[in-house]
Structure formats: structure tokens, C-alpha cells
Design a protein around this ligand. Sequence first.
Ligand code: FAD
Length: 459
Amino acid sequence: MPVGVSNGAKRGGGMPAGNGDQSLTATRTVRRETAGTGREIGGDLCVLGAGIAGVATALEAAALGLRVVLVDGFPALGGQAVNSIVGTFCGLYSNRPDAYRFTYGLADRMLSDLDAEGALHWHETPVTPIVYYEEVALARWIERSVLEAGISVAVGAVLLDIRWDGRRIRSVDLATRHGTLSVSAAGFVDASGDAALAWEAGLECREPAAGPIFGSQQFVVEHLDETSLPSRNEMAARIAARAEEYGLVRHNGLAFYFPERGTAVINMTHVETPLDPVEASRKGIEGKDQADRVAAFLRSEFPGTFGDSRIRAYGFPGIRQTRWIRARHQITLDEVRTGTCYGDAIARTAWPIELHNRPEGLVWEPFGPDHVHYVPYSSLTPPGADNLIAVGRCIDGDPAALSSVRVMGPCIAMGAAAAHAFDLAGSGSVHQIDTAALQTRLSENLHRRDPLDRPMTRD
Ligand SMILES: Cc1cc2nc3c(=O)[nH]c(=O)nc-3n(C[C@H](O)[C@H](O)[C@H](O)COP(=O)(O)OP(=O)(O)OC[C@H]3O[C@@H](n4cnc5c(N)ncnc54)[C@H](O)[C@@H]3O)c2cc1C
């Protein structure tokens, strides 16, 4: 429609533009003045990665009064918890039958806020309770919380380079669609999931030596009939029996039904998640092909429930374990199995060993009712830097051990630990803090045991 003849007045009360109105036609000519200039910002703490671990670190640090800069390569906050549609908070509770919560602090506020808006649902698996969440509500909760906390945010900012000052990282350079961004800070957190910061810094990292650990292409289906949901065992038996007929790579998997929504999050694919950019992109598309085959399987094998279902959304590729830091301590499978309580423990969980090390299946090793295993502070700290701490799925464990501590409950607790460690370290080294003082500050995440008293669905 030509300018000046808008019928906006009819539609929404707008006025037609007058001829000669400069605000509609004026331009100015611009050109980049100097090559290589970018935006520079600074803070006490720079957190690279805005998944659940990075967000927890940033919010806990801001609450302690630190000036925080939170950066992420995705164009939105929330990492995999939001963008890969992971679907449930795991590792937050001890095992049945007398489940109690392991992680507090930020988790209290997040759970109570999301619960108040009806965005959570508690479900009891055969091992432990888990919490289904609406990823859209979580995304908005994170965004609101980060702004309220006064955190500086840069999304769509991918790590390019790192500048050192002796044993301290001085600044990181990031590429954004609006030019480069340089962030300087007293402390840095690698919450990238793939140890991107430690890797770019030239520090030693670890990869699984026995082959890849598979990720999953999550997706949401809508238009389910909730009156005839197949049980977990029925579903498992049918996938195992018919997987090859439908071309399914993974021969097991789960559907998370959020009651009264007519939707489910489906976790039934196994996709490689290489660190090569071109290969990773190709595998991402193959993951969606797998998801489509799973959707076809569900429609024809369970027509009562899934007959009319459609895929409403595909998550970003779900990445479990790729590369992680080499820290002062590596958590071992044996330590997880025996529930070793380290002198520098900072988080706890009872989540099973969940190692997705085969295309068709995984190692699933649940623990007994009283089992607890811990995360030591020394598994978060790479020895080669004095002001770098890792959190989330890129801390140091052997592949099996890591598979049991990378779920979101302990990731939130690691964030609290990193924030308090930087607060204690000040301008000193993260390797020389008073760990007893750190544990005192994290006491709730190590000792408190609030029983779970909620209505829950069950398998
Ligand atoms: C398919 C799947 C299902 C899962 N199911 C569950 C479940 O039901 N419950 C549960 O609790 N856990 C589950 N997990 C595990 C859990 O989701 C993750 O381990 C956890 O979310 C990791 O959080 P994080 O913050 O460490 O990393 P991520 O959420 O991976 O966040 C890392 C962030 O760093 C950013 N980043 C990475 N590299 C760069 C870079 N170079 N520059 C800038 N930014 C960068 C990424 O964009 C990303 O946002 C699942 C995982 C997968 C893959």
C-alpha cells in the first residue's frame, strides 16, 4: 500500500501520513569507520553458556552482588533445557520410596514460580521422581530472572578467542551478527557443555575414548488421546520388537506426557553429535529424519493414542557428552557406585548411570533407595587456569560417571558452587579458596532433605 494512503485509521485508529512527513522518508548514510573495532564490556564474572548450569551460575553470582555477563551462541537463553526441549528436571530428588529433594537455593524459586503458573508436573518413575516442565515457561522465567538480576546478556555470541594474562584469562572475544564483542572479567565460567572455553584456551580436555556418546533429537507431538496412554513397559516392548521394521536407530526410549495438554515430549532417537561443524550440521538433519520415523511408528503402532498426532516442534540437537575439561579430580564410575563423599563435595544426586554409548541402546544402572553420590569442587576446576571454573555437562568425570551427574538437578547445584567459589576467591585463585567455607555456604545442597509431598503420576 503506498505511503500516505494507509487505512490504518479504519483498522487501529492510526492517522494517514501527511505528504512531506520527513520521519517516513529520511535516511542517513553510514560506513564502518575503523576495521576491527568491536564492542567491549566487562564484569566480575563472565559465564559462557546459558544452559541451566550457566543460568544457575549467573543468577547465584548476581545474587551475591557480582557483576555478571552471560553470553551464549544460541539466539536465546536456556541452552538445551529450553531449546532442545529436554522436558524434565532429573536428579533433583533421591530415590524412592522416601524421596527428598537434593538441590535448593535457586531451584526453590524456579520450582515455586513455575509451579504457580501450572508449568510443572511431578511424575514418579520406577526409580525416582522427576519434574516435567513447559519449556516455553522456563524460557520466559529465565529471561525475566536474568533481567531482574541486572545481568548483562549477549546472545548469538559465539566464542572466537581467549586472551591470557599469566595464568588468568583476561578476556574472551565473541563473534556476533552485529560485529565482535570482547568481554573482560575477573573470573570465567565454562558452561558451554562442550568445554568450548577450556578448549579454545588451549587447556587439556577429555573425550570418550571408546566411541561417541549419542545425543537425541527431541520433539513434541500434539493431538494425543490421553485416555489410552501406553505404559512405559508396553512402549518399550513394542519399540524393541518393531524398531527395525520402522528404521528406528534406537530400540528404546520414552514419552513424557504432560497431563491435560494432549502433548508429549518424545525421546526415542540416537544421533551422533560430532564436534566438526559440517558433520554436526549434517547429523542434526539426520536426527530429524529419525524423529519423523519415530512419529510414524507411534501413529501406526499406538493408533488409539497417537493416531491423530502431529509433530508440533523439533528441539535443537540434543547433545549429551562430547568433550569436557580435565580437572584436578576426575569423578570415577567406582566413586559414583560407592557414593564417595569427597572432602570438597559441592552437589549431590542419585541419578542412575545413563550412558548412551550404543546406537540402539544405553547403559542404565539405577541405585538403591538410600544411595547418594556427590560432585567434588575439584572436578570443576582445570589446573591450568586460576580464574576458570566449569559447570554442567562439561565437568570432569569418566564417561559413565559423567552420565550420572550431567542431569539438571546437579547442574543447578554446580552453578551455585561456582558462584560462591568466585565470591570467595575474589582476585585470588579458584584453586586456593577455603573449601570448608564453600561447603558451609552450600550446606543446603549437601544436607537438607525436604520430603516430596506432591500428587504424582506413575508409570
Ligand atoms: C536428548 C537429551 C535428553 C535429556 N533429558 C534430560 C532430562 O529429562 N532431565 C535432565 O535433567 N537432563 C536431561 N538431559 C541432560 C541435560 O539436559 C543436560 O546435560 C543439561 O541440560 C546440560 O546443561 P548445561 O548448562 O551444562 O549445557 P547446555 O544446556 O548444553 O548449555 C550449553 C550452552 O553453551 C552454549 N555454547 C556452547 N558452545 C559455545 C560457544 N563456542 N560459544 C558460545 N556459546 C556456546 C550453547 O549454545 C548452550 O546454550 C538430557 C540431555 C539430552 C541431550
